[in-house]
Design a binder for this molecule. Sequence first.
Ligand code: 4H7
Length: 268
Amino acid sequence: MNYFIRGILQSMGVLKFVKLKIGRCCPLEILNGSTVVFLSLMQIHIVTAFPKFFESPLGESMMKRAGQSGAVKFFVHDLRDYTTDKHRSVDDYPYGGGPGMIMKPEPFFACVDHLRRQDELAGAPVILMSPQGEKFSQRKATALAQEQALIFLCGHYKGVDERVHQHLATEEISIGDYVVTGGELPALVVIDAVVRLLPGVLGDLDSASGDSFQAGLLDFPHYTRPEEFRGWRVPEILLSGHHAKIAQWRREQAEARTRERRQDLLES
Ligand code: 4H7
């Protein structure tokens, strides 16, 4: 059996994208003095009629850093580039009548067919963000973070032709029981939750393994300076320097909050 690792190789200060054939031998031998920075480069493809929507969110903060570090690469695809009519239309009137426009199936299928021709995307989940989808969760984010690539479809207007739901999407995800104008914001929510779990994106200090939801609990309360603000004092225990007692207090707080506010988390 021949095994490959795909990743970024740091050699004499230079970062290179590599696909290394490791066969059955020890990767460390092949690396020959270089350091593997990331073994997991994830591709995230977004299919949308509003590509500009993603410029700022993907270009700021944690997502920008994740993109620059090479842990993930973002590709935003404009649905209009996959239309064939002279008006480049992505929507049309609903069969059966009624108000609003429906997104046409052809541009979504043409774009995904095109993407799927790339080896790395052949088996990638095609995720349609939709109010009818499976409810998104930290568990789902962890599962998606294991994939080599993800393809997100963003709907808009009144909705998306049912054939996209049934025959193109491999899964449908909802970020909660409410409706928003388009799938772009929900896709960004899912992408943020997934990307911060990828190795190398967060530093050790704010690592995702410490997230409250990762432990199935709500977070404990946090405080910073000043010690007293408008008469409200920081709990004495946090000023004590007694690490074991602080850890115990935080655990108790997290459990008490979860019991009071989200009993359902304890039952599942
Ligand atoms: C697919 C089908 C996701 C996508 C219909 C998407 C909420 C969520 C959308 C629609 C979304 C979620 C278009 C139906 C706008 C309603 C006013 C985009 N809304 N929409 N219509 N909960 N909207 O994750």
